[in-house]
Design a protein around this ligand. Structure first.
Ligand code: NAP
Length: 295
């Protein structure tokens, strides 16, 4: 980044006002990384920007409407992270379903030698799996699960061209039909708590839930209550409402697998995400078409 552009680091305090006004006036593009809010206040504090280049596919924390109203473009980093996110979603599901983390602990703690065989787990193959949100990542998850002979169902606003997967335009209907629900919808106000108490209840006491989308898509209060009262068999979560401060009640549960928002966190993918972000910045400064605009 520093080799290509004149870079001013955002203040470590997190307060844009700590950057002198004359520096903010010079800035023509924001390279955004992270999951903090990039709202109208920050956008307005940089009067000469024409681009917000996001490092990530999800741009729910950026006020895109405000940026667009001011003629500021927003780009993201789609596709390059799809495989890693889908891999982790499936990995989390296998681990949750077969108790892999607990089984490893069983060996490490000496319980295998001292108390005997690990408790029986549950089969994953040939189950009915619902995917909420069949975008790039949802489809990649579906392709992987096809190999498990799963009966695949999905929720989307419109029917997709898929090889025999069943479309639902209602999440409660999808959850009722599914043994397992994987959440891969975009975050943001429109999908806030789309995985509601009703959806979680429809999944049932034998159900498993996997969320790799955003914490905001989940009614966490309803999820915690369902897990505490065994109204849901388990949940594997890579994303939370108040990251990185995970609700302490999750930590007391045996029926969860918790990940630190790391679905795209591989050396290879993060390199590709950085390159795509830089390419969008270069295109902007060269007055060429942006590679991956969201607006
Ligand atoms: P995508 O191709 O744009 O797919 C987004 C999906 O969300 C589509 O299926 C879309 O449904 C659905 N959707 C969007 N707005 C909706 C609404 N208002 N109501 C119902 N459904 C809605 O995006 P992607 O590349 O698959 O990424 C999906 C999300 O994964 C990202 O937005 C991000 O939040 C999350 N993600 C998480 C990680 C991680 O580290 N855990 C990493 C990367 C991405 P339609 O098909 O009906 O339009």
């Amino acid at each position: 980044m520093h080799e290509l552009f004149t870079v001013h680091q955002f203040p470590a305090s997190g307060n844009h006002a700590d950057l002198p006004a004359e520096v903010r006036d010079q800035v023509r593009a924001l390279a955004f990384k992270g999951h903090s809010q990039l709202g109208a206040d920050i956008i307005d504090a940089f009067p000469n920007i024409g681009l917000i280049a996001n490092y990530g596919v999800g741009y729910d924390t950026i006020d895109v409407a405000h940026a667009t109203s001011k003629g500021i473009a927003v780009t993201n980093t789609p596709d390059v992270l799809t495989n890693d996110v889908a891999d982790l979603a499936v990995g989390m599901l296998i681990s949750l379903s077969r108790g892999i983390v607990g089984a490893s602990e069983w060996v490490l703690s000496g319980k295998w030698a001292n108390t005997g065989a690990y408790p029986l787990q549950r089969t994953l193959s040939e189950t009915t799996i619902g995917i909420a949100g069949l975008g790039r990542i949802g489809q990649a998850i579906g392709k992987r699960l096809h190999g498990f002979d799963a009966d695949l169902h999905y929720f989307a606003r419109s029917e997709k061209e898929t090889p025999g997967w069943t479309w639902h335009n209602d999440l409660v209907s999808l959850a009722k039909q599914s043994d397992i629900l994987i959440v891969a919808v975009s975050g943001g106000p429109e999908t806030k708590q789309i995985i509601s108490a009703e959806v979680i209840s429809a999944l049932g006491a034998d159900g498993l839930l996997v969320n790799i989308s955003r914490g905001s898509t989940m009614d966490e209060e309803a999820l915690i209550k369902a897990l505490q009262s065994n109204q849901l068999r388990g949940a594997a979560l890579d994303v939370f409402n108040n990251e990185p401060n995970v609700d302490a009640r999750f930590l007391a549960l045996d029926s969860v697998l918790l990940q630190p928002h790391q679905s795209s966190g591989t050396v290879e993918t993060r390199k590709k995400m950085g390159a795509l972000q830089r390419d969008n910045l270069s295109a902007f400064f060269a007055d060429k078409p942006l590679l991956t605009p969201v607006s």
